[in-house]
Design a binder for this molecule. Sequence first.
Ligand SMILES: Cc1ncc(COP(=O)(O)O)c(C=O)c1O
Length: 375
Amino acid sequence: MKVRLFKPSVGIEELDSIRDSFDSAWLGLGPKVIQFEQQWSRYVGAAESVGVNSCTAALHLALSAFRFPEGKKVLVPALTFASTAMAVLYNRLIPVFVDIDEATLSISLEDLDRKYDKDCVAVMPVHFAGHPAPMDALTAWAKTRGLKVIEDCAHTAGGQYKGKTLGTWGDIGCYSFEEKKCMTTGDGGMISSDDAELLKPLRHSRWIGINKDTWERYEDYQLGHPDANSWYYEINDIGYKYNMNDLMASIGLVQLRKLDLMNRRREEILKQYLTGIGQLETVKPAVPYQLQDSSYWAFVVRVQERQKFLAHMQQQGVATGVHYMPLPMQPLFMKYASETPVASSVWRELVTLPLFTDLTGQEVDYVIESVKQYS
Ligand SMILES: Cc1ncc(COP(=O)(O)O)c(C=O)c1O
């Protein structure tokens, strides 16, 4: 048997929705993006959302919304994907790497306090593997220091922490709809916030700085507004070609309808994994998976002698991954490195095992048996 690591769960409904966009012959930034943004806002419980072409773009624009002076510092966890810290560099700010909590692998509150100084302006918690960072304590801590909180929700879509959807605890939440994530639009991302005014300029930033997108101008023109002046727009600030398009949104609208079901299926798979390997000595779940109202992107385990384990799983035909080598170990980020001892040691044990909605019970059993053979 061969088992993939990740796989998007898309089918005939998504195809029909794409066909609908083809029929209307409007594929770019248009009505479906607007519809998807509104439905996403309702789903997560935010006042406003802006659709973009990746979570990387979302993180970049989210930070830019605050117009922090160049050279200020942003606190980011050492164990995350490059995009979290890259967004800091895009904004000409300085990443300060914070160690992770040994139990949850998300940003350590103790180390946050140690790394904080008066030049820090924001903190970007990552819900690692989909496991919630302790947002109540973190937002309270940030508030007393006047820091903005931007949640990197690339690993979760619809997961809750203490009854509130992840991404709505901080000032801004950023989501990923890249193909391997909890839901997909091929590539894609979303910026959500309860502060609609804060996100307003980002609609221009994602569209090359233009203050009216083509669809808005087309709508005004169609409605016959006497002052529609459909060709006229203004550019007041630097912008990027970061927009989501209607093809992405047509997939997203269908995926969003399925998201709760897909998350419940992820919970079932995780339950099967935890029952199957929960008691092993040599291979242990990497975070304390709490399945109620969850949206976990990855099943990560801790393994002694990782290389041997990876070779064994490969021989069994089971795909594996490693998320992640800590960012301060990457040449680009080395000059920002600081003491992050937990991330530096724990990452050497991390292995990601297959998790996706369409994984069958039989496949999960096969992965469990393969893991047991190793231990
Ligand atoms: C923690 C984290 N942040 C951001 C991103 C970037 O997401 P995207 O691929 O949508 O740009 C990823 C992608 O895997 C991620 O894992």
